[in-house]
Each structure stands twice: as C-alpha cells, then as structure tokens.
Design a protein around this ligand. Sequence first.
Ligand SMILES: *Cc1c(COP(=O)(O)O)cnc(C)c1O
Length: 435
Amino acid sequence: MKLYSTKGIAPEVDLREAVLSGLPPDNGLYMPVSIPVLPASFLKKLPELSLVEIGFTICRELFGGYIEDAILYDIIQKSMTFPAPLVSVAPDTHILELFHGPSLAFKDFGARFMAQLMAYFNKDEEQELLILVATSGDTGGAVASGFAGVEGINVCILYPSGKVSALQEKQLTTHGGNIKAIEIAGSFDDCQDLVKAAFLDQELQERLNLSSANSINIARLIPQTFYYFEGFKQLTNPNIPVYFSVPSGNFGNLTAGVFAHRMGLPIAGFLGATNRNDVVPDFLQTGVYQPRPSVPTLSNAMDVGNPSNFRRLDDLFCSTWNNFKALIHGFSFSDIDTEGEMRRLFFDKQYLIDPHGAVASLAWTAFLDANMGQTAQGIIIETAHPAKFQEEVERILDQKIELPTSLEKLKSLKKEAFSMDSSFTEFKEFLLNTY
Ligand SMILES: *Cc1c(COP(=O)(O)O)cnc(C)c1O
C-alpha cells in the first residue's frame, strides 16, 4: 500500500512509514494512492459478515498483500472487540451506537487498531516509540486504553485544563505505566499546536522516535470505514437511500465515511453536523474555507476551529466546491438546540443520546424537513456513551442516569497529570527530560 502527501512535496511512502511517522515531512496529510472498489459480491454478502470479517476484507483490498493475512486478521480481531449495534427510533431514523468500546467513545475503533498496527510495525526496532496526542476529550481516553501496556510504545497525552469532563479526565490520567498525561492551561487548539510544533522541531525529531495518534494518522481512519459497512449491513431495507449524519470536529469520522463511499458502499450523502464551530458548514454554504479559533460548547469533542481532516476532504473532492456539496450537507446547531434534541429523544422516543449524537440527530431532522416528500433513511452516528457527560446529561434531562460499571470504577482512581502552560519551550524541555 502506497500513500502520498496532500501537499504533494514529500515522496510517496509505504503504510509502515505513514503509520509510524504520522505526518509527512512537508506537513501535509497522508492519503492512500488508490482506494479499491470492493467487489459487488462483498456487498451482497455483507449481512452474513461479522465486523471483524468486514474489516479484514477492507484491509486486505486496501493493503494489497502488504501484511500477511493471518497477522492482519489477528490485528483486526484484537482491535474490534466490541459491537456496533444499529437501533431504530423511527422507521426512517436509525442510530449507530459506536460507544461500546473500553473508553465508551467511537475513537476506540481507531485507537485500538492503530495501537496494534504500530506495535506490529515497531516490533523489531530497538528504540521505543513516543506517541504525542492532543485531545479535546475522547481521543485521549481511547488512545490511553488502546495503548496501555503495549510493549515498546510510550504515550504522552495533552489535554486542555478544565475543558474535558471529570470522567474524561479520569480516563486520561489513571493508566500510569507507559501512559503520561499533561494538563495544559489553554484550549484544545493550543494542545494541537504544541504537538504540531514538536513534530516540526529538529532536535526532538532527532532525539526521540516520535509518532502521532490524532485523527491525522491514517491508521485511525482505516478502521473507521468498517462501521459504515457495519451500520449499512443492519438496515432492514438497504434499498431506501441512506444518509449518514456525522457529528464532526476534526472531520476524521466523516472522511472515513467518504472512503467507505469510494469503496462502493451505496451512501446517498453525508450530513456534516457541527456545533457552533461551523467552519465546514460555512464553507459548504459560501465556498470559502475560513478557520477561526474554537469556541467552547456542550459537545466539547467537536470544539475545533480548524478541522485537521479538511485537507483530506479537499483532496478527495479535488478542491472543487461543487463536488463537496454534491455529497456533504452542512449543519450547525447551538447548545440550546442540542439540549432540546436530547430531551425530545429521551421523552418522546425513550432514547438516551449524548450531546454529540444529539447534534447529528438535529441535522437529520433538519435534512428531512428541508427535503419533504423524499424517501430516505438516516443513520445517526452516536459517538459517545451519554454517561461520559453525566453531569450535563442529568442537568438537561433533570434525571439521574445510570453509569456503566467501567465508569463507576474510574471514579475511585487517582488522577496523575503534569501541569504546564501552552509555551513550547516548557513542553520540549519536559519531553527531553522524560524520554
Ligand atoms: C472526536 C469526537 C467527535 C468528532 O469526530 P471527528 O472525527 O474529529 O470529526 C464527535 N463526537 C465525539 C464524542 C468525539 O469524541
């Protein structure tokens, strides 16, 4: 499998290089040179296949023999250890629950697969790998759990102080061992900038074996294609045109959906659902892409002012606004709308949804309203377990909600994190002294 950089300056690399380095040296993003169209027989057989079998078929086609079948199957089996059920709340409205993994968020899919793949690629190396990751909430938890105890790999997680939920913070800061957390006095964008700066720093590059685990790493996106097929396979009537509504921040999830579409999954369109951080919906409306500082919202894992995967989408759509608009419909909602949608689903449909999924649900409702009379069905991607946002959810619904046992246990564990401001000098010093 060959990958190129979206900037087009760095040379093409193989999968190992793309996964271990994370970013190409020209500061672009890696993209597969070709995305294979899966055979029609695969789509026909889909309902009989397990998630692991779906993932194996996709990777086998995509990697083209790059990893031996038995090893590849093992990597996928070790990472896809939980289900992704589709729940219908109306005949035309289905919710794809991607929160059944260990960190209770969809990022488990990408993080676990990446951890297995990196461990495989680094197994014969002498120097340990150091993974740097910035998180606005859920990435860190998924990465921490995906990499915990994985040999030959250290992980350093940066998160914005006071801007992740209490439980999310516990998920980042209680693993110990090869997982370290740094609490940054700043925003998520500050954390992301520190990670980017580290990768561009000559001295750090020479001294440490750096790699990234943000959604910029192609290894995160590959397994995220699996569940588009997994969701589609569970539809009772797959002949009705299907739209995926994707709650979006860095747009990795949606980019993976476009990969799945290119692989031949018959998706009628995507709803790119955002909170007030509406750079992409704005672009879809105006044709002008204008990044701006993120603003804090209820759906905090989507508080991104300059979505890193926009460049991948731009590449997939050949920088043509009309191509974008033909497949992706943009929507943006306020926190007040989001709270209302959480109440509507809970009280009218007896479905407990988290704030991120609620944004996607709003987008689907708005899309249906705007396209009255059209026959269509929607798959709303539910990216996190509502209990991850316990305080907010209980306030909004005015009800106590039950915590899964894994979260209950976390409460008693002690937080361990290093505190820093957002200056690069201090961060660099820390890395050089620690690793
Ligand atoms: C990360 C995250 C998102 C946004 O996903 P992107 O791939 O960055 O667009 C949405 N919801 C939750 C719960 C998340 O953790």
